[in-house]
Design a protein around this ligand. Structure first.
Ligand SMILES: [Mg+2]
Length: 248
């Protein structure tokens, strides 16, 4: 029996040119740190710390793990560094230029799922604080209070495409993987959820986009990930049809 539907956020619930957006994001945020790090060093620290998250043992939050790696060999206190990030997210993030579209059927679909009493999760890669996840949700007018859980850097201790990320969500919403449907546009980061026993739905709005600058690199020396084929695929608007079928 289906109990919960998990949605990726970027290019699943809200459509935009991710690589172009993150280029502009880096250009701006580098300036906020320019008295501490040269731009190139800042960017490298962010990328190194973000990629390191893939190897976390899950003992601390993603935030703690990220900051420990980000601040290696740096004299500034960790608290000051994070205060800077948060100030940027509060004051500057909204000024980054972005063109956004909501996928068709978004709001009706979410309302319908909500009314059916299903638990709803925004399963966005938890590498940003809640305020940033909410700002991107707001781009498409998504009401955070329809969701039982929004994953973010402070409430999770794993990232995609780790299976532990999906299992941690199950624990938080008290559902077994077999009772969940994961909906997302990313054939690796989102569809890997199938390996936990979750049903998966690959959305097709975006088609082929180059995510190479964004995907957290999977360490190739580790066991290669085996990604199950998606159980379903189609536009976001058809998720309700699949849910109807899964609910019997
Ligand atoms: Mg995505």
């Amino acid at each position: 029996m289906l109990k919960a539907v998990l949605f990726d956020l970027d290019n699943t619930l809200v459509l935009f040119d991710e690589p172009a957006f993150y280029e502009r994001y880096f250009a701006r945020i580098c300036r906020s740190f320019s008295d501490i790090f040269p731009p190139e060093e800042f960017r490298n620290r962010v990328l190194r710390a973000t990629m390191a998250l893939c190897r976390s043992s899950g003992e601390v939050s993603n935030l703690r793990f990220f900051l420990d790696v980000f601040t290696e060999g740096c004299e500034q206190p960790i608290t000051e560094i994070w205060r800077r990030f948060m100030k940027f997210y509060e004051d500057e993030y909204d000024r980054i230029e972005v063109e956004v579209k909501a996928p068709s059927g978004l709001h009706d679909g979410i309302s319908w799922l909500h009314q059916r009493g299903l638990k709803l999760v925004v399963a966005s890669n938890p590498i940003f604080p809640l305020t940033v996840q909410q700002k991107r949700m707001a781009w498409a007018g998504i009401d955070r209070f329809r969701f039982d859980l929004v994953t973010h850097i402070e409430n999770m201790s794993f990232v995609k495409p780790r299976l532990e990320y999906y299992l941690q969500i199950c624990e938080k919403i008290d559902a077994a993987p077999e009772e969940c449907l994961m909906v997302g546009n990313d054939p690796i980061n989102d569809m890997v959820a199938g390996a936990t026993g979750m049903k998966t739905y690959l959305t097709t709005e975006v088609g082929e986009i180059d995510y190479s600058s964004l995907r957290l690199t999977v360490d190739e020396e580790r066991a290669p990930l085996s990604i199950p084929e998606p159980d379903f695929s189609g536009p976001l608007a058809d998720v309700t049809r699949v849910v109807r079928k899964l609910c019997g």
